[in-house]
Ligand binder design. Structure first.
Ligand SMILES: Nc1nc2c(ncn2[C@@H]2O[C@H](COP(=O)(O)OP(=O)(O)OP(=O)(O)O)[C@@H](O)[C@H]2O)c(=O)[nH]1
Ligand SMILES: [Zn+2]
Length: 193
């Protein structure tokens, strides 16, 4: 099940996209472009669906298991939108945590859903990384959280400085991962291949 699309002002979006097409010298009424403003409005409702969601919406399943050591989901695919140029950046996220003393964990898929809540917004990678870590800390109350994200930014690839292949790596550590070098190293050994 994918996230519910965001409720957008479709009429306004369509008008704006039509204006963009005119501004670049295109004919918005030519074959092929007539439906584009409506398509973009639908695509944005999906691409920015995270604006209409909170972490509590997705971290719904919390259960007790007899496990109070690290849980880490690696290589969660991320598609986000750079807030500076409104072009995509994409890559992978690795999200790990150490359950609290009650052994409370969440469903594994919920970690991927949490990534999407923050990826599907106009974003910068650093903020997205911290938001995911802070949300997991506040909802699940684990002993620690680690989030590492590796992305390629199309604003650096297809335009501007044009450096295809350059990867941006950001991390956010909270709780035990921040306080203990050993715990952090253990997680990084699992994350780095
Ligand atoms: N820190 C950070 N910077 C980002 C991210 N996404 C894009 N940027 C950068 O945002 C900056 C915006 O710089 P500006 O000089 O205002 O815009 P610009 O003239 O289009 O810059 P160039 O991309 O260098 O052509 C660029 O250096 C981008 O690489 C991100 O997630 N985090
Ligand atoms: Zn950009």
């Amino acid at each position: 099940m994918s996230a519910k699309p965001l409720k957008v002002d479709s009429a306004r979006l369509e008008k704006a996209v039509r204006e963009i097409l005119i501004a670049i010298g295109e004919d918005p009424d030519r074959d092929g472009l007539q439906e584009t403003p409506a398509r973009v409005a639908r695509a944005y409702a999906e691409q920015f669906a995270g604006l209409g969601q909170t972490p509590e919406d997705v971290l719904t399943t919390v259960f007790d298991v007899d496990h109070d050591e690290m849980v880490l989901v690696r290589d969660i695919e991320v598609y986000s939108t750079c807030e500076h140029h409104l072009v995509p950046f994409h890559g992978v996220a690795h999200v790990g945590y150490i359950p609290n003393e009650k052994g409370q964990v969440t469903g594994l898929s919920k970690l991927a859903r949490l990534v999407d809540v923050y990826a599907r917004r106009p974003q910068v990678q650093e903020r997205m990384t911290s938001q995911i870590a802070d949300a997991l800390m506040s909802v699940l109350e684990p002993r620690g959280v680690i989030v590492v994200i590796e992305c390629e930014h199309l604003c650096m690839t297809m335009r501007g400085v044009r450096k295809p292949g350059a990867k941006t790596i950001t991390s956010a550590v909270r709780g035990d991962f921040r306080n203990s070098e050993k715990t952090r190293a253990e997680a990084m050994a699992l994350i780095i291949r």
